[in-house]
Design a protein around this ligand. Structure first.
Ligand SMILES: [Fe+2]
Length: 345
């Protein structure tokens, strides 16, 4: 397995690159915009294919690398369902799993530092974002932070992991790189409180200055820009209402790019076929399923995913592969639901 902890010294951010093997799929957690070239170089050097980029929460101290990585690698961007960030292609919630080839991360909703803070458990490691730090906890005084929620996230979720679980935070300012759950139980000064009220009082009396980058980073991280705007300009997008009208037409095939777990959780458009985004290129190549549908069977392919991000990238790839009638549902399954389109489970 490949596990790399990368550091941005300007913001004190740790970024994690994970893969099950050289030559395989990779996932990155909390990438920093200024370091994107470095990550891409490392991905190339290790012969990896970056397929997912995850932010543990909306960061206030640096600009996320999610958008730039998506633009360079067409990877799937992942955040929690509560996030205000627009860039997100896959929104996860507590109990979900984020998977790539050979690796699986369990999703834990751990709000408190922000209301969109998540932790990810992979085997004996936990990536805690800014919820639980080494000998500290993330501040709770902005971005809908809530010390009560954080207490609950820490004491009732993270500290219930086995003591030997390795804790990898999103930041450290002292130079520590890793801890364990057991170590934090014993030595983290913020956890030496007798009650939730004491914790709330402690967090509310910190009086920290705002992060230097906050006024720049938060707006930038909320609005990174969709791929779909560009696709719509090229005339390759249909509104959910138009797609609804096209249902049942024999010359149209709706293609669901989401993962099996997303279909199971949220349902799907009746009659649509399932062709997950990670296998897109094989499906588009000559001899692939989508190529055959479009070219041999003359079908008009209409992609959809959760919010329209993956499908926008798929349209571009399909057009590049010569499938000139390919388009997608703008806003994805979310827009379909809001239009009142039927759903099967
Ligand atoms: Fe943070």
């Amino acid at each position: 397995m490949i596990f790399r902890q990368l550091f941005d010294s300007v913001s004190g951010t740790y970024t994690y690159l994970l893969a099950s093997r050289p030559g395989g799929e990779a996932l990155i957690i909390d990438p920093v915009l200024e370091k994107v070239d470095r990550y891409l170089q490392l991905v190339r050097e290790l012969d990896l294919k970056l397929v997912k980029a995850v932010d543990t929460h909306l960061h206030a101290d640096h600009i996320t690398g999610l958008g730039a990585l998506r633009d360079h690698t067409q990877c799937i961007t992942v955040m929690g369902e509560q996030t205000k960030a627009d860039v997100v292609a896959m929104r996860v919630s507590d109990g979900d799993r984020v998977t790539i080839e050979g690796l699986s991360l369990d999703v834990l909703y751990t709000p408190g530092h922000t209301d969109d803070s998540y932790s990810y458990v992979m085997g004996n490691r936990v990536f805690t974002g800014d919820t639980l730090l080494i000998r500290g906890t993330g501040r709770t005084d902005f971005q809908n932070g809530d010390p009560r929620a954080q207490y609950d996230s820490i004491f009732n979720k993270l500290l219930r992991l086995p003591d030997e679980t390795l804790l990898y935070p999103a930041h450290d300012y002292k130079g520590d790189t890793v801890s364990t759950i057991g170590e934090e139980k014993r030595f983290n000064p913020r956890l030496r409180v007798k009650s939730i009220d004491e914790y709330v009082q402690l967090m509310n009396s910190l009086n920290l200055p705002n992060p230097k980058m906050m006024d720049v980073a938060v707006p930038a991280n909320v609005r990174i820009g969709f791929h779909q705007d560009e696709i719509a300009r090229k005339g390759w997008a249909v509104a959910a209402s138009e797609a609804l009208d096209m249902r049942g037409r024999t010359d149209v095939t709706l293609v669901d790019l989401r993962e099996k777990s997303e279909r199971e959780r949220h349902g799907a458009i009746p009659g649509s076929i399932h062709a997950p985004y990670p296998a897109l290129q094989e499906n588009l190549d000559a001899g692939g399923m989508l190529h055959a549908l479009a070219v041999a069977a003359g079908k008009r392919i209409i992609f959809y995913c959760a919010f329209g991000e993956r499908s926008a990238m798929a349209v571009q790839a399909a057009q590049d592969a010569g499938l000139k009638t390919a388009s997608h549902i703008e806003g994805g399954f979310d827009a379909w639901k809001k239009t009142g389109g039927p759903i099967v489970h």
